[in-house]
Design a protein around this ligand. Structure first.
Ligand code: APR
Length: 261
């Protein structure tokens, strides 16, 4: 399916228009242009905080104050971030009836802020805190202040309701993600290094179910040679801009009237 000599953007847009049941799997790269650092790579969070010391459930239980040093930075950065053109592009594809769901590894809430409705938060969301002792939940804005370690009414330390290493994926999110991946005709894999399981298994589930895999990333990943059908090299915002341009009315890849689902 690799476009031999063809224009990969046109090929990708044609697939999206013809199949009209795409799903997006997004990672930290889609939020880089909103000012949120990715995890790996030269400017990544894991270059500053060793994930084995700062991002595991065990580390949180042993030294919650230390883990909150890293978490506070994430909560602050995400709190000031706004959706970028890539998040808006996915929301536009949903409105056009081309995209049916976003499965995101991100915990920043930017897909919803951009107007996407069906968003499966595979690793949770920073906007909620949970007590790992009594399970009580609170909106982060009600309990977190910069530099402080938030406490539950029961007196124990609160944890953002995000998946740390060593924690299971929320079962509903995992179920829904696998269902969407198995049913989609196109999987857009955007801004993920595809190094963390089980999220990195989603493209293989989609591929085995017959979906075309379109990867949007400035760099190749472990998927590119083995799973990806079309690698659109570039930033998420620029590639989505080009795809939407191809899909807009008047282009021969533009979608026909929305079918029934
Ligand atoms: N547009 C698209 N992709 C980009 C951009 C951009 N502007 N900038 C960077 N990227 C790509 C990088 O090339 C890289 O492949 O985004 C990817 C980011 O990879 P990671 O930092 O590993 O982030 P992610 O894949 O989301 O990590 C998955 O690992 O640490 C855990 O729980 C954490 O959810 C996270 C998971």
């Amino acid at each position: 399916m690799r476009p031999d000599g063809g224009d990969p953007i046109r090929e990708a847009a044609r697939l999206l228009a013809e199949r009209r049941n795409a799903v997006a799997l997004t990672g930290a790269g889609i939020s880089v242009e909103s000012g949120i650092p990715s995890f790996r790579g030269s400017q990544g969070m894991w270059g500053k905080y060793d994930p084995m010391e700062y991002a595991t459930l065990h580390a949180f239980m042993q030294s919650p104050r230390k883990v909150w040093e890293m978490l506070s930075e994430m909560v602050s950065v995400c709190g000031f971030a706004a959706p970028n053109a890539a998040h808006a592009g996915l929301s536009a594809l949903e409105k056009m009836g081309v995209l049916r769901a976003v499965i995101t590894q991100n915990v920043d809430g930017l897909h919803q802020a951009a107007g996407s409705h069906r968003v499966i938060e595979y690793h949770g969301n920073l906007d909620e805190l949970i007590c790992v002792y009594c399970w009580k939940r609170y909106p982060t804005r009600d309990r977190w202040t910069p530099g402080a370690v938030p406490r539950c009414d029961c007196g124990e330390t609160l944890k953002p309701n995000v998946v740390l290493f060593g924690e299971p994926i929320p079962w509903l999110a995992q179920e829904q993600a696998e269902e969407e991946a198995s049913a989609c005709g196109v999987l857009l894999v955007i801004g993920t290094s595809a190094q963390v399981s089980p999220a990195c298994d989603i493209p293989r589930i989609a591929k085995e179910s017959g979906a075309a895999i379109i990867e949007i990333n400035p760099e190749p990943t472990s998927l590119t040679e083995s799973v990806t059908d079309i690698h659109l090299r570039g930033s998420a915002s620029e590639i989505l801009r080009l795809l939407l341009k191809e899909l807009s009315p008047g282009n021969d890849a533009s979608p026909s009237a929305p079918p029934g689902r």
